[in-house]
Design a protein around this ligand. Structure first.
Ligand code: GLA
Length: 447
């Protein structure tokens, strides 16, 4: 093992909510790429549905599009298998093998295909006797499977937890992580460990999880609906005090795949998912048919300003700071920092269904943004610039039903009022006050 590799594997105390975290040098910002599961599931019928079945062709086509249509340059550099790539049995030497009909060139060739195009290659397995879809799991073969993945040039391993005991996971996930590290090949380690434990009413040991995994799922699988996206948003908001401090460079909460461009989300809802995943510092793993995605959905996935929030180098996950009558405000501290004050991304999310945009009016101070020089505010979806807004200047946004307004508020060193800041308005909504967790002050965004 090289000195650099040894260094990279050193477990260091990092300043992230006071937790000790795995520092394998990987996933310094949330991983980005394409993952098969949500859109393509376990379709193994390549005879009747060759275009959509889980086969090497599908992954090669997605890789080609990531490269040719600009996704890779924006950071989407991972192509990952999910369940149902395996043959039903191990080979004669006890090694995992891909289904020979659907992956005739074999996994090493597929991995090479990705690397030749400047992409990373991800694989899926399960810490149990079987994967969730019933293919061979890694239990009893941990070291051999980690070595196989390293030989195959795998860059990212998603390790699921079906057909295993959640109580065994506190030992099993670190053990497999140890074997991954021991191979000497850097592999991002994606875990489902807390999810299965929470589901079994256990309390996950997040300090151990952070020490082991680069990302982890803590909630249900995303489905192709706005309802599913909202359930995830609620979970993250309702449990933020426990889960937000665990995120940071190298270790991320994973709210599951982006479903933008599929069947279930409207245009507004798609922007909401993208904005919220940016606030969450979430992995951006698209699960969509990139061959047929409509241009307006592709534009959401390719919005550089929103991606920049998601990938902010400070790696601080955002929090819900207001929730009432279907309106939520979420805030994520981002760079640059000036004189001890963070910049922020602020998402105004409208969960109402009353058919007309809701007006939300706030001062930055109410949101906890008190830099005396003010903030340069930009709307990240429509590009509107509000100019420099001082902490006590009231500004308003109109948020479409099931939509979002995402603004970037950057600390500026000069003072002055932006000329295009709109005047305060009289709110139609009933008054209500709320305490902001970032500064513990009461505020009321409707007035
Ligand atoms: C679990 C995971 C999903 C997917 C499926 C595959 O449900 O949470 O993301 O990997 O298994 O069977």
């Amino acid at each position: 093992m090289t000195a650099a590799r040894l260094l990279a594997l050193t477990v260091a105390l990092v300043c992230s909510g006071g937790v000790q975290a795995l520092e394998n040098g990987l996933a310094r910002t949330p991983p980005m790429g394409w993952l098969a599961w949500e859109r393509f599931r376990c379709n193994t019928d390549c005879v009747n549905d060759p275009h959509n079945c889980i086969s090497e062709t599908l992954f090669m086509q997605m890789a080609d599009i990531l490269v040719s249509q600009g996704y890779r340059e924006l950071g989407y550099n991972l192509v990952s298998l999910d369940d149902c790539w395996l043959a039903r049995d191990r080979d004669s030497r006890g090694r995992l093998q891909a289904d020979a009909h659907r992956f005739p060139s074999g996994i090493p060739a597929l991995s090479d295909y990705m690397h030749k195009r400047g992409l990373k290659f991800g694989i899926y397995e399960d810490y149990g006797n079987f994967t969730c879809a019933g293919y061979p799991g890694i239990l009893g073969h941990l070291q051999k499977d980690a070595e196989t993945f390293a030989e195959w040039g795998v860059d990212y391993v998603k390790l699921d937890g079906c057909y295993s005991h959640p109580t065994d996971m506190d030992r099993g996930y670190p053990e497999f992580g140890y074997f991954l590290n021991k191979t000497g090949r850097p592999m991002v380690y994606s875990c489902s460990w807390p999810f299965y434990q929470i589901y079994s009413r256990m309390k996950p040991n997040y300090s151990a999880i952070i020490n082991t995994c680069n990302l982890w799922r803590n909630f249900d699988d995303i489905q192709d609906s706005w309802e599913s996206v909202q359930r995830i948003i609620d979970y993250y908001g309702d449990n933020q005090d426990e889960i937000v401090p665990n995120a940071g460079p190298g270790h991320w909460n994973d709210p599951d795949m982006l479903i933008i461009g599929n069947f279930g989300l409207s245009y507004e809802q798609s922007k909401s998912q993208m904005a919220m995943w940016a606030i969450f510092a979430a992995p951006l793993l698209m699960s969509v048919d990139l061959r047929t995605i409509r241009p307006e959905y592709k534009a959401i996935l390719q919005n550089q300003a929103v991606i920049a929030v998601n990938q902010d180098p400070l790696g601080i996950q955002g929090k819900r700071i207001y929730k009432d009558k279907g309106i939520e405000i979420w805030a994520r501290p981002i760079s640059p920092i000036s004189q001890g004050h963070y910049s922020y991304a602020i998402a105004f999310l409208n969960r109402r269904t009353d058919g007309t945009p809701s007006e939300v009016s706030v001062t930055l101070r109410e949101l906890g943004l008190a830099f005396p020089g003010g903030y340069a505010i930009t709307d990240l979806f429509d590009g509107v610039q509000y100019g420099t807004v001082l902490p006590d200047k009231r500004f308003k946004v109109d948020v479409n039903p099931s939509g979002v307004v995402l603004v970037r508020c950057e600390v500026v060193k000069t003072t002055g009022f932006g000329s295009d800041v709109r005047a305060p308005v009289n709110p139609a909504q009933p008054q209500s006050a709320f305490r902001n967790p970032f500064n513990n002050q009461l505020f009321n965004p409707f007035g």
